[in-house]
Ligand binder design. Structure first.
Ligand code: SAH
Ligand code: SF4
Ligand code: F3S
Length: 469
């Protein structure tokens, strides 16, 4: 089963631009917007595109969602709590809408793309005016136009997720750190995961389109880009004979942007070529997010991750040998169906062995339609909570160790902001993606400065600027 990627044509994009223009002329059109974003960087970046389109339609950002004429929820459904949070907040707005009936409410993103969700929104959420999926965000001008023009609810969710959308306006959150999507979708079907169902199959953007975007960002003074994909290591697999991910990194790093990051690397596709590129290319940040999910081979097989504990650890060793200064982080799921105490201990021992800088830890959440949802051996919630607490405590120990080893080193830090308490207290990220706080002038925000690490706390490092460098 292979769906063909359909690149949205210039004609259709022009049609949408036309809707954006005509939207201006509508009487009683919404004039301000607020976007509430849930989920991962993909969604955060989609929200930048949604904001770009809304601004092209003449809407301006409202300071608070209660005050906005159009509130759009860009949702996530990776775990049950993500979904409940989004639906809870949508429902909360119903009360605000009673006071301000002209307010329009929109829902988009991964949750809307779930089978049956569009119907549920229609039936149970009559106060939602517009809903659309991840596959048709480019149609926002048309959908909003129709909703305002007809005063009827508009729901549009494409069944097939095979589109590649280029040329959307982007209103970027930061002037110096930017997301660049290199591929959409996922082919991996990890048995617990809903992403392949709501984001469709892998579609890589052409290297030329990506490079054009990166070069424009460089001209605008961007200091750091984050390349996005569910599994960046399989970039280009859908374009045989094309550019591989390490080759793409190599090309992008010549554009003159000081720092490049990427997310996420699937361990099964982490190649020697990528490790070599990371080892020799100083533009690539010293950070690799390499989600392991579990430490037991039985669970890894049931998860359909397609690597073993041993092959994962082998890759970790290769990275450590080739690029010892690279910090590793990971994602871990506890209480996957069938996980015994011994399986969980395998996860604990792997975490101890690798020594991650940090880890995102999750309790398994069954997602309707995925294979794991029908697997026997659900773990008792109380046991799941005990396990995650134990794992978090262990990771805190490992983080403390990793951070302590950095005291006294010199790091280059991209200054991202000032602390809320004092404008002289700056915060930023080192190449290894750890937050560092230090004193300095707010004029430095957006610049990369050398910092000596002086102390470590639980989640951040403390340092001081090295003057005269
Ligand atoms: N593409 C990325 C992950 C995207 S989702 C990758 O493969 O690494 C981010 C994380 O959410 C996953 O790594 C996983 O740890 C977690 N996750 C996904 N589905 C989940 C579920 N059903 N229950 C609990 N955690 C889940
Ligand atoms: Fe989900 Fe697995 Fe794809 Fe990541 S690689 S998005 S965990 S199916
Ligand atoms: Fe991301 Fe959540 Fe969708 S993690 S891809 S926003 S389901």
């Amino acid at each position: 089963m292979r769906e063909e990627t359909i690149r949205i044509s210039e004609a259709e994009m022009n049609q949408q631009r036309q809707f954006a223009q005509e939207f201006f002329q509508l009487p009683d059109r919404p004039k301000t917007y607020f976007i509430v974003t849930y989920g991962c960087q993909m969604n955060a970046h989609d929200s930048e595109k949604l904001a770009g389109m809304l601004e092209d339609m003449g809407l301006t950002a409202a300071p608070k969602k209660e005050e906005a004429d159009f509130v759009l929820h860009n949702t996530c459904c990776i775990r049950d709590n993500a979904e409940r949070k989004a639906l809870g907040n949508v429902t909360w707005l119903k009360e605000v809408k009673k006071e301000r009936p002209e307010m329009m409410i929109g829902v988009c993103g991964c949750m809307v793309q779930e089978p049956g969700m569009a119907d549920k929104l229609l039936r149970q959420y009559p106060f939602v005016d517009v809903a659309f999926g991840t596959g048709n965000i480019h149609q926002l001008p048309e959908l909003l136009y129709r909703a305002v023009d007809t005063r009827r609810r508009v729901v549009a969710v494409p069944e097939e997720q095979s589109t590649l959308i280029e040329g959307l306006p982007i209103r970027r959150e930061s002037d110096f750190q930017s997301y660049v999507t290199i591929m959409y979708g996922c082919n991996n079907f990890c048995s617990y995961c809903i992403v392949p169902y709501v984001r469709g199959r892998e579609r890589s953007r052409s290297a030329d389109d990506i490079l054009r975007e990166v070069e424009a960002l460089q001209k605008n003074g961007v200091q750091e880009i984050m390349l996005l994909g569910q599994n960046v290591n399989s970039y280009g697999n859908d374009m045989p004979g094309g550019v591989t991910f390490p080759q793409l990194l190599h090309k992008i790093s010549q554009a003159g942007i000081p720092r490049i990051r990427f997310m996420t690397s699937h361990p099964k596709d982490l190649s020697d070529e990528l490790i070599e590129e990371m080892a020799r290319n100083p533009v690539l940040c010293r950070h690799l997010h390499l989600p392991v999910q579990a430490g037991s081979n039985k669970i890894l097989t049931a998860m359909n991750r397609r690597y073993t504990r041993e092959s994962y650890l082998e890759k970790v060793e290769k990275i450590r040998a080739a690029a010892p200064d690279v910090g590793l982080t990971t994602d871990i799921i506890v209480a996957f169906p069938g996980e015994t105490e011994a399986d969980f201990e395998d996860t604990m021992s792997l975490v101890r062995q690798v020594g991650y800088d940090s880890a995102f830890t999750f309790i398994y959440s069954p997602r309707t339609g995925t294979r794991a949802a029908d697997m026997p051996g659900r773990v008792d919630p109380a046991v799941a909570t005990q396990r995650i607490e134990k794992l978090i405590a262990l990771q805190e120990e490992m983080t403390a160790k990793a951070f302590a080893s950095l005291i006294g080193t010199k790091e280059s830090v991209l200054v991202t902001g000032a602390s809320r308490r004092s404008s002289q207290q700056l915060t930023g990220k080192c190449s290894r993606n750890i937050s560092i706080n230090f004193e300095g002038s707010p004029d430095l925000i957006g610049q990369i400065v050398p910092v000596r690490i002086t102390a470590a706390s639980k989640t951040t490092l403390k340092g001081e600027i090295i003057e005269g460098e």
